[in-house]
Ligand binder design. Structure first.
Ligand code: SF4
Length: 321
């Protein structure tokens, strides 16, 4: 991993308008609220949090599949925030996405070879298309004869390999992986993760890896960001985060990860209440209604980001100096 930044997003907000009876906007769902992230060349940045915390929305917003409500996005030092859809075309091949369920985005009536060749055609890439597709199939561990098969003829793991082939064929620098192994059996998960790691090393790829499974994220990520209700509440290198989680929410998340060593006893922290609605997020710290350490200031003031150790930041009033 180098210290070269390939993607930098600052103060990203993504609000979805909620309309009332008369079609007037009456409120907003604050799916992502003031999040800043950096992605370095060749690294994997894991983004974790429960379903609905805004991590997938953030991933899509960084690729401008969703327009940000506020904030700036730079890719390879180019500010793409206000790029038109036409101008985005060149960026799209550089930043690709792998989805949880690639099947839903593969045309069931087309053969895999044709699906992949179309990606090259849309981007107007001049090459021997069939050869390029056959090469990429081999790269992701599929065989030549798979070129002539339909998506339904593949297993879940193989379909995820097709999803990866589709992302890789345009030779991207960044891949946003949105829960890419969550739907797969554990044994298949590790095959896909190892494939992702091999490809990263070979091509110096940067991954934004979105997942709710802490064990998977721990295995693949160099750094991890923890999201709660649209906010990035803690960020650190993987080993540092697991050894020294600071935010009470991170502590609760990590306490639920099964321990590899059966002799180590862990006390599981069970959070009270449900995740509040992003329609009416709590005042101050968005976690205060569920936090075992909340103090009066927590419901009044939003905690700001503080760096507690090298590259380890947290947003929490407990660490006010
Ligand atoms: Fe808990 Fe307060 Fe820290 Fe929020 S700011 S996580 S409520 S201690």
């Amino acid at each position: 991993m180098s210290m070269e930044v390939v993607l930098e997003a600052q103060n990203i907000r993504k609000y979805f308008p909620v309309k009332g009876n008369m079609g007037k906007v009456v409120n907003h769902v604050k799916a992502v609220d003031d999040v800043s992230v950096k992605l370095y060349r060749g690294e994997t940045f894991g983004l974790v949090g429960e379903t609905g915390c805004g991590k997938s929305t953030l991933g899509r917003t960084l690729m401008k599949l969703l327009e940000p409500t506020a904030g700036t996005i730079c890719i390879e030092n180019k500010d793409i925030t206000n790029y038109s859809e036409r101008k985005m075309r060149s960026v799209r091949s550089y930043i690709q996405m792998v989805f949880q369920d690639p099947y839903s985005s593969l045309n069931p009536r087309k053969k895999v070879g044709q699906i992949l060749e179309e990606v090259l055609m849309i981007q107007k890439i001049k090459c021997d298309r069939q050869k390029t597709v056959l090469d990429i199939l081999e790269k992701v561990g599929l065989r030549k004869e798979h070129y002539y098969r339909f998506p339904h003829e593949f297993s879940g793991g193989q379909r995820q390999r097709i999803g990866l082939a589709r992302a890789l064929i345009l030779n991207p620098g960044i891949i946003v992986c949105d829960e890419p192994v969550s739907a797969l059996d554990v044994s298949i998960q590790s095959q896909i993760i190892n494939l992702l790691l091999d490809l990263q090393e070979e091509r110096n790829l940067s991954y934004l890896f979105i997942a709710h499974d802490m064990s998977v994220v721990k295995f693949i990520s160099d750094r991890i960001g923890v999201m709660y209700l649209g906010h990035l509440v803690e960020e650190a290198e993987t080993a540092e985060l697991f050894a020294n989680p600071l935010h009470p929410y991170t502590q609760a998340l990590l306490s639920a990860v099964p321990e590899a060593n059966p002799h180590v006893r862990k006390k599981r922290i069970v959070l009270q209440g449900d995740v509040p609605s992003p329609l009416n997020p709590p005042s101050g710290c968005v976690f205060h209604e569920r936090c075992p350490y909340a103090k009066p200031i927590c419901s009044q003031e939003k905690p700001v980001k503080k760096e507690m150790a090298k590259d380890h930041t947290v947003n929490c009033h407990l660490y006010e100096k």
